[in-house]
Ligand binder design. Structure first.
Ligand SMILES: [Zn+2]
Length: 129
């Protein structure tokens, strides 16, 4: 996937303030406030920064944490993350195309992966299928 590189000024001008805070400044939205926490419709979740398709409704699950949670991305190569090292040790998840901060990865997710991609709603754009 081709990299998208923009200056911080360009990102700041392009993104809403809450999106900029999460995507470019590693902020985390407060739990149970994001618009996709309880989204149950079928569709695709793309990166709010660059439009790369990252997750689908098929791997979304209710984690009870207050953030949209997925057990697998559409393609492993579309997201970057370190390896969670036990229980609740988190690892940052970023978009491989624009380097946006998306959320964090935990290893307490459901089968078959056992992973929980804990993603901020403002980092995503949902399109119903
Ligand atoms: Zn992106």
């Amino acid at each position: 996937m081709e990299k998208i590189q923009k200056s911080e000024e360009e990102w700041r001008a392009e993104l809403a303030p809450d999106q900029y805070a999460v995507l470019r400044r590693q902020a985390t939205e407060p739990p149970f406030t994001g618009k996709y926490v309880d989204e149950k419709a079928d569709g695709t979740y793309s990166c709010a920064g660059c439009g790369a398709e990252l997750f689908t409704s098929e791997t979304k699950f209710d984690s009870g944490t207050g953030w949209p949670s997925f057990w697998k991305p559409i393609a492993e190569e579309n997201v970057h993350h370190g390896k969670p090292s036990g229980g609740y040790t988190e690892s940052e998840v970023t978009c491989i195309r624009c380097d946006a901060h998306l959320g964090d990865l935990f290893d307490d997710g459901p089968r078959p992966t056992g992973l929980r991609y804990c993603i901020d709603s403002v980092a995503l754009r949902f399109v119903k299928s």
